[in-house]
Design a protein around this ligand. Structure first.
Ligand code: GDP
Ligand code: MG
Length: 163
């Protein structure tokens, strides 16, 4: 079985943008994964010949902070069950939020291999977004722009070591 890689994070941080970019060249969309629901997309992908199945954990737009947290917990637990590796995506423009800190804690408790990435770092003038995310206490945080395709190589090269 391919390794499963889940992209987890709050709504609007850019999960689907990253999913689309990584799955662009791979045509086979997996639709018959047992337990697949309509708010999860699967794609068979590869990175320099290493195959993996990418999962976009979607979800509705939550109505309140409370629903956001409930949805995030659920999504994180599903990812923990299903995925071998997790890309935890945050939004550089929003900064580090309480929801991010909680997801990070859940992932850590589960002992998952997690790649922490801060999205929407579209250029050098946005690099100032990064330092506050190191409050999560993780050694490496990848700054990326899913939209503009920046920083993706560093992230995926390191992730591919686990595939
Ligand atoms: P999701 O809810 O986490 O799946 O987020 P989406 O992929 O739907 O993206 C939410 C919004 O953020 C969209 O308007 C995207 O165009 C925008 N977005 C995604 N990635 C980037 C990025 O790297 N830079 C900027 N500036 N915007 C981005
Ligand atoms: Mg999405």
């Amino acid at each position: 079985r391919n390794q499963f890689v889940a992209i987890v994070g709050r709504p609007n941080v850019g999960k689907s943008t990253l999913f689309n970019r990584l799955s662009q060249k791979s045509k086979a969309i997996v639709i018959d994964v047992p337990g697949a629901t309509r708010d999860r997309n699967y794609a068979d992908c590869s990175w320099y010949g290493r195959r993996y199945t990418l999962i976009d954990t979607g979800g509705f737009e939550p109505a309140s902070t409370e629903t956001l947290l409930i949805q995030m917990r659920e999504q994180t637990h599903l990812a923990i069950e299903e995925a071998d590796l997790v890309i935890f995506l945050m939004d550089g423009r929003d900064g580090l939020t309480p929801a991010d800190m909680e997801i990070s804690r859940l992932l850590r408790e589960a002992g998952k291999t997690v790649f922490y990435a801060v999205n929407k770092v579209d250029g050098p003038r946005h690099e100032g977004f990064l330092p506050e995310f190191y409050r999560l206490g993780v050694p490496r945080i990848y700054d990326i722009s899913a939209q503009h395709g920046l920083g993706i190589d560093e992230l995926m090269d390191d992730l591919a070591e686990y595939l």
